[in-house]
Design a protein around this ligand. Structure first.
Ligand SMILES: [Zn+2]
Length: 397
């Protein structure tokens, strides 16, 4: 097989040897001429074959203690659990840390401000504590960021004096809007802002920059694959080539310098290796030289996951990112019965929650509603939820 590099052929060979999904039906390394002849993996296939995509060593999940689980609703609202070995997960984060240090001088000793949607112990949700400070990281529960708590949160942030903020754009945007509206002090210690998990959008970027006086950098990542591309000090989003192999695909063929779907192959996740995974995002890859000196291709994202923030009648804000997290957590307690979820705003104070259950969970409507409401934080109690169940499995759009 002609392969872009050794790491790509190594992970493909590993997947063929160790993973049922690829073992049954994927072409052998010898029978494939080019890596670009290997089939694509869609999100739908991934959802339907989660267990088949686990490699032999990690089949014992959830008994294995060395597994890290990531949950995501993604752009399509389809619930996907991806698994990592703890060692691979750490290695993947390590690659990103190296670039944070090289490009932005953010080292391990930096004081970070982050946001969480729930706290996990192992892979179980243990609490929704509002603020936790541990190992130089202050982590704030994203739903705690409301008008009532904001003065106390601001005071604690000022005392902590973080130098880094790492957040989804909608949460950083929400914090900037709330603190600005309420005239609350902001930490001048902040030197670095990293936005990840969604496409930032110009309005969010501008407000975050003018509020914190720091130009944010973007990290493009996908659950199960980790960091895919990271913004350098010159503002280019470079592919993290030690972590992933990225292709842009147009009409089924890889292209360079043209717009197409972003397709990613992991080089680090051996527990659930995703090979030629179609992200559903659209971008362009180019080899234009970058003033930073990094030779890794530059990715320009054209269509990604939108950052969406809504103003409620009581003056608070809620992001779609946070709402999705309610589904992710509720699903854990009902055997992941929810296959797909969407939100549609009816008015400022009312939202339609459109849920689709897996066919084998027919009749679980009441349990799904109860578990969703059970996970709704008090900050958005003023929001009225209307539940709609879609029976057209696999076609919720
Ligand atoms: Zn660069």
């Amino acid at each position: 097989m002609n392969s872009p590099n050794n790491a790509v052929s190594d992970i493909y060979r590993y997947a063929l040897e160790k993973v049922d999904f690829y073992r049954s039906g994927y072409p052998s390394v010898d029978s494939v001429v080019n890596f670009s002849d290997v089939p694509f993996l869609s999100r739908k296939q991934t959802l339907e074959n989660v267990n088949m995509l686990l490699s032999d060593e990690y089949r014992s999940y959830p008994l294995s203690k060395t597994i890290t689980v990531e949950r995501s609703l993604g752009k399509t609202g389809e619930y996907l659990k991806t698994l990592w070995s703890a060692d691979d997960y750490t290695a993947s984060l390590g690659i990103l840390d190296k670039y944070r240090k090289d490009w932005h001088r953010v080292g391990k000793g930096s004081k970070q401000l982050r946001f969480h949607t729930a706290l996990y112990q192992g892979n179980m949700i243990v609490s929704n504590k509002q603020i936790v400070v541990e190992d130089g990281i202050m982590s704030i529960y994203c739903f705690a960021m409301n008008r009532e708590n904001a003065p106390d949160i601001s005071r604690q942030i000022m005392e902590f004096a973080p130098d880094c903020l790492v957040a989804p754009p909608s949460i950083a945007f929400q914090m900037a809007r709330l603190f600005t509206c309420m005239n609350l002090p902001l930490p001048e210690s902040l030197k670095y802002i990293e936005l990840t998990g969604e496409e930032s959008g110009e309005e969010a970027i501008n407000l975050i920059q003018s509020t914190f006086h720091v130009r944010p950098v973007n990290l493009y990542s996908v659950k199960g694959l980790g960091g895919i591309a990271f913004e350098c000090s010159s503002g280019s989003l470079h592919v993290l080539k030690e972590n992933v192999f990225v292709e842009i695909v147009k009409d089924g063929k890889p292209v360079f310098g043209e717009e197409g779907e972003i397709v990613v192959t992991t080089l680090t996740n051996h527990a659930m290796p995703l090979i030629r995974y179609k992200t559903g995002d659209v971008g362009i890859l180019s080899n234009a030289p970058c003033p930073c000196g990094c030779s890794s291709p530059v990715l320009e994202i054209k269509v990604g996951r939108k950052c969406a923030l809504h103003l409620l009648e009581d003056g608070n804000f809620v992001s779609e990112y946070s709402l999705k997290s309610i589904i992710e957590h509720a699903n854990e307690n009902i055997s992941c019965a929810i296959a797909q979820a969407r939100f549609a705003w009816v008015s400022e104070g009312s939202i339609s929650v459109i849920l689709q259950l897996k066919p084998s969970y027919y009749g679980w409507d009441t349990a799904a509603i109860a578990e969703f409401l059970n996970n709704v934080p008090c900050i958005i109690f003023s929001l009225v939820f209307e539940f709609v169940f879609s029976s057209n499995y696999g076609h919720l759009t």
